[in-house]
Design a binder for this molecule. Structure first.
Ligand code: DC
Length: 221
């Protein structure tokens, strides 16, 4: 088993920004499991399937072959041979990923791949169920969260910097809805593992959060 760092938490808590930095500083690979669920969500949307039609999604999902490669240290999500990195960050795909990831067949499709990556490599893996289900024996587990207001504010800044016009109240609603879906589903709901360290980043900047997590990892190595 490699050295495994599991980072779970709700949408917009800063998991991927932090996980990328922590992975780089430790020379570990970064595995963004949300991107894998997003690729499946994209596949379902493209097929024109209703994301709420569980049976239809479960029937189609095995045709979505998702894999990861790394280019210049960046994770590239490949869906049936296509690099989809640039297509999976829309609100439509976020919703599709959140809804379809609650279906057992979808989770099974990705579970083994995530475990194998962590067995063969030192990884920082982020998601919703990494410390609780995928890597229960991870040496370091972090539950990274922030208030809904702060997460919406960060998303708003992100979109603004990309020149996109969004309504912050709308973002708050979407985040709260996704929290609800991710936390209340039957399988692998988002929750803090008993042995995870809680980091609330509401009043912390990126450097402070990175340092807090680096310190947790140092203690366990
Ligand atoms: O981390 P993210 O926002 O990119 O994830 C998109 C969706 O994928 C999220 O709303 C729920 C789902 N997901 C999951 O069910 N399990 C994970 N380990 C990661 C993401």
């Amino acid at each position: 088993m490699g050295f495994n760092v599991a980072i779970d938490g709700p949408a917009g808590a800063g998991k991927s920004t932090i996980a990328k930095r922590v992975a780089k500083e430790n020379n570990f690979i970064y595995v963004d499991t949300g991107a894998m669920y997003r690729a499946i969500g994209l596949f379902i949307v493209r097929q024109g399937i209703d994301i709420h039609d569980k049976e239809a999604v479960e029937k189609a999902a095995p045709d979505a072959k998702v894999s990861l490669t790394y280019e210049n240290g960046e994770q590239v999500v490949v869906l049936n041979g296509e690099n989809v990195n640039g297509l999976i960050r829309t609100e439509e795909v976020s919703q599709a990923a959140s809804v379809t990831s609650a279906y057992p067949v979808v989770r099974e499709l990705l579970f083994e791949m995530q475990q194998t990556l962590a067995k063969e490599n030192d990884v920082v893996m982020d998601g919703r169920d990494i410390g609780t289900v995928v890597l229960p024996n991870a040496q370091a587990k972090i539950y990274l969260t922030a208030s809904v207001e702060e997460r919406a504010r960060r998303r708003f800044e992100e979109y603004k910097n990309k020149g996109m016009d969004v309504d912050i109240e709308e973002l708050k609603k979407e985040i709260a809805q996704r929290d609800h879906q991710d936390m209340t589903r039957e399988i692998a709901p988002l929750k803090q593992a008993d042995d995870a360290v809680l980091v609330d980043s509401s009043d912390m900047n990126i450097d402070e959060v990175t340092k807090a997590i680096m310190d947790i990892i140092k203690e366990r190595r």
